[in-house]
Design a protein around this ligand. Structure first.
Ligand code: TSJ
Length: 646
């Protein structure tokens, strides 16, 4: 009997070993199937995957501290103070459970029958994927006085699980080095990217201490640590501070509940600001659901209903008044919805949308039950919120009337092209391009440098609009945006007509500084909200001017990043060159601008994806460490830097 069991186990062991090799080989062959990409996004994903496992241990109530360290050579070390991954033999495979976690695809956390583990859904591909994509990975488990250790290389165990001394702590430590054969673009971790994500996770998991330390450089490490006892309420406070908006009421409103069947929980934290935009962030199992889903819809439905019921009851809306719209009751609202559930179903191509209908019901019920009571019990807050919503309703009505007026005059059809526009000769959108340029001197260089056959230049003038502070509904009267509308010729909103678009490529050309980022965000937000098909159909681009010019002899080399500058310098050998750093487009003369940024043969441009524009719209900069980072997708198949003869 005893013997039988062992034989059984070892038979399975062989079969499983084959499976393991095939499984992890598949991950290495087609990493894109398991992680976001093999670019920077996928690289950082590895860290999230490991940290998520430690957070699960925290959610189970056994761990309250997680340390993340970036070590020299971009090695990552994650340590928690939980129970330690189990080291006992797992019967199906005959292997220690911890070995299974790292070598069998999708095995992470599913053993032990604890039942607490909410499925990772989107990202929960497991520690084995991280292992497969690491040059090497070491795990240490601190359990009942013993340190257990095992090492892997590119997914294969190179040691058994072994005992390696004693300890008086408990927990798990994982160290890994991402495989440069997989992450060919770069294995360099970005502190800010990790900081942003870990902060977010600390908000979503109240009370967990998460510490981040960058030890790549000699001397004091760069460190940050996060622990928020207020959870998502603290998250709302944090965002509203970052947004630099005035608060409509002092306290964040917070509700939570659990489903009767014990399979899910929902939390909502919300606060109104004087902004004209809403900022809704939703999460399912700590994963940001960028495309929303049932939890967001349940919230919106309930909010609109509760607000209108209350307004009717207290005669804030008179009998003849129309109901407040969803947009009205969400204007200026910052809200975070976080749900945790057993079998999360994600929809849509990007998988950023939650599909579980029972969660819509749960959130709808939560707000339906508790917000009405909250408003009854906090009349001053209720008053302030309704003043805001009523103002929004009036403004929207006024905007609608203005729009109708404009439509009747059919201003867009007949509008003269803007005076500042330097148009191109061609009328064929297959080849035409319009550069939208902020400011005077850059506009001048662009006009001088362009190919006037197919490149038009539109310099933008007038006072900068703050997206947070301005109602973009008023675009018709806006001196900054109106020239863009008339130059493109395709109208906006309901009247948008892609077939009237005058230029096939719309290229935003702005400096790589704060002002430039501001104009980029404004335009992306504007296109996303009012000319969405332009974004969806891939007509919007960001020009990429170089940051440096390195001159040696009569040859100029242009570098678009610090890394490229260093590479070019080392390729040129020690000395005899001159470096110029471009602070703005205005520093380039017409010819340089053409060579580096506008010539279709040599330029580098980024095509804006819907995701990028949506990020700008969500005022996502608050979460992304103030940078709108478009995906590095080059539309021109050029080398990373252009080397040009003078
Ligand atoms: F990703 C990972 F697997 F490599 C990983 C897991 C990485 C890190 C940093 C921590 C962890 C991890 C796993 N921390 N804590 C745990 N806990 C368990 O795996 C565990 C422990 C005990 C029991 C039990 O039922 O007794 C169950 C589980 C899932």
């Amino acid at each position: 009997m005893e013997l039988n069991e062992i034989t059984q186990a070892s038979q399975n062991y062989d079969e499983n070993q084959i499976q393991v090799l095939e499984g992890l080989e598949a991950v290495r062959k087609r990493p894109g199937m398991y992680i976001a990409s093999t670019g920077p996004k996928g690289l950082h994903h590895l860290v999230y995957e490991i940290v998520d496992n430690a957070i699960d241990e925290a959610l189970a109530g056994f761990c309250d501290r997680i340390d993340v360290e970036i070590l020299p050579e971009n090695i990552i070390c994650v340590t928690d103070n939980g129970r330690g991954i189990p080291v006992g033999i797992e019967h199906k495979t005959g292997l220690p459970a911890v070995t299974v976690v790292f070598t069998i695809l999708h095995a992470g956390g599913k053993f032990g029958g604890g039942g607490y583990k909410v499925s990772g859904g989107l990202h929960g591909v497991g520690a084995s994927v991280v292992n497969a994509l690491s040059e090497w990975l070491e795990v240490e488990v601190y359990h009942e006085g013993t340190i257990y250790y095992q090492k892997f290389e590119r997914g294969h165990a190179v040691t058994e699980l072994m005992e390696k001394g004693t300890t008086d702590r408990t927990g798990t430590r994982v160290r890994f080095k991402p495989d440069p054969l997989i992450f060919q673009e770069s294995t360099e971790f970005d502190f800010e990217t990790l900081q942003t994500r870990l902060r977010e996770q600390a908000f979503l998991n109240a009370g967990v201490h998460i510490c981040l330390a960058d030890r790549r450089n000699a001397g004091e490490p760069v460190e940050d640590s996060f622990c928020y006892h207020g959870g998502i309420s603290s998250f709302v406070e944090y965002i509203n501070k970052k947004r630099a908006v005035e608060l409509i009421h002092p306290d964040v409103i917070y509700f939570s509940c659990a489903a009767a069947d014990g399979n899910s929980t929902a939390e909502v934290a919300m606060q109104y600001t004087d902004s004209y935009t809403e900022l809704m962030l939703s999460f399912a199992n700590n994963i940001h659901t960028t495309d929303g889903g049932t939890h967001e819809e349940g919230f919106k439905r309930a909010l609109t209903r509760v607000m209108n019921d209350y307004a009717r009851k207290y005669n804030i809306l008179k009998d003849n008044d129309k109901n407040l719209s969803g947009d009205d009751v969400r204007e200026g609202l910052t809200v975070i919805i976080s749900v945790k559930l057993k079998d999360a179903q994600f929809e849509s191509q990007t998988k950023g949308r939650l599909g579980n209908t029972e969660i819509g019901t749960l959130v709808n019920g939560l707000i339906g039950d508790k917000l009405a009571t909250y408003l009854e019990e906090n009349p001053a807050t209720a008053r302030a919120i309704f003043d805001k919503a009523l103002a929004a309703a009036r403004a929207r009505e006024a905007a609608r009337k203005a729009r109708e007026l404009v439509r009747r005059k059919s201003v867009l059809e007949n509008a003269a092209l803007p005076g500042k526009l330097a148009d191109c000769q061609s009328r064929d959108p297959e080849e035409t391009e319009i550069y939208i340029v902020e400011g005077d001197s850059a506009g001048g260089s662009a006009k001088g440098g362009r190919n006037r056959k197919f490149q038009a230049i539109l310099p933008l003038w007038g006072k900068m609009l703050n997206v947070e502070k301005a109602r973009l509904d008023k675009v018709y009267g806006n001196e900054k945006l109106m020239p863009v509308v008339t130059a493109l010729g395709c109208g906006i909103g309901d009247e948008f007509d892609l077939s009237k678009l005058r230029y096939g490529k719309i290229i935003i050309m702005a400096d790589a500084d704060v002002d430039g980022s501001h104009i980029r965000t404004l335009l992306l937000t504007f296109f996303f909200r009012f000319m969405k098909p332009l974004v969806e159909e891939g007509h919007i681009y960001l020009a990429q001017p170089p940051l440096f010019r390195i001159t040696k002899g009569n040859k100029h080399h242009y570098a678009y990043t610090d890394g490229e500058r260093d590479r070019i310098m080392s390729e040129l050998g020690g000395q005899g060159y001159e470096i110029q750093r471009y602070k703005g487009l205005g520093e380039m003369d017409a010819e340089q601008l053409w060579e580096t940024t506008m010539n279709p043969e040599t330029r580098i441009m980024l095509r804006v994806e819907v995701e990028d524009a949506a990020a700008a719209d969500e005022a996502f900069s608050v979460l992304m460490g103030d940078k709108v980072e478009p995906r590095r997708e080059f539309i021109e198949k050029n080398a990373r830097y252009a080397e040009l003869d003078v």
